[in-house]
Design a protein around this ligand. Sequence first.
Ligand code: ZN
Length: 276
Amino acid sequence: MLTFPPILALLTSCAPPPEPPAPPAEPSTTLGMPLPAAWPSRAATLQRLETPPPTRALRIAIDPGHGVGSNSGNSSCLCIDEQDHNLRVAQHLAQSLEAQGQHPTQLTRSDNRGPAYSTRITTAQQGAADLLISLHSDARGEQHHWLPSPDATCSWNDGNPGFSVLWSDEAEPALAEARLTLAAALAARLAEAGFLAYDGHEYQGIYEGHPDHPGVFLDRHEPRKRVRMLRRPTMPSVIIETHNAWDRLEEPRWQEEATLDAFDAAVLTALADWAR
Ligand SMILES: [Zn+2]
């Protein structure tokens, strides 16, 4: 008879207890890196951007992505829910657009209780919006963990920074072209305002970068997984992924008012370009 089981039992009983898991390598309790100088104020950015002359008024629907049911989006490297980031950026942008006095603006949600995306699209259409901008952030690359504060373990990846502007060509040609020109105008002005255009490294197979417009990406999911906010609205619509929420340089910058100001200035100027 084989004697392996008793031997194995003996070996097991004599074996030292398993090593406890190694603690994370030098958990950081600070951001641990110097931040570049703040982006300039909106006024300064507007001055620097070559602002085109005023154009016709546009009715603008702004969709703060996620914020319905359990769909809170990603959790950033500072453990901030994406739904909260999107709402903060959207409210700030809406205020800037309203303050500028030219473009009536509507938000498709104002808290984290929905409505569903289909309702948001219907609302924008009923409001006769001329365009729809949906705001998101990405969580890109391999997930690492760190401790930005003593009681929070958050995810990070510093390798995939930058904004992207997403669009869909799934429409009749005039609508598809309007989506692309809107995406291109936004990406160009965001880059001019100092935002980094994402290189698309983690998008392979799902979004295709435009050869002439850095930061602009076409939805290339398989048909049944394509993004509703890009393909369903009857007015031109795009998604702006503001940054990689796991990036420990970009995410703190998006907590600064100057970043929101620069973003708003870039969008305002892009809309003037697009409406010409
Ligand atoms: Zn999102």
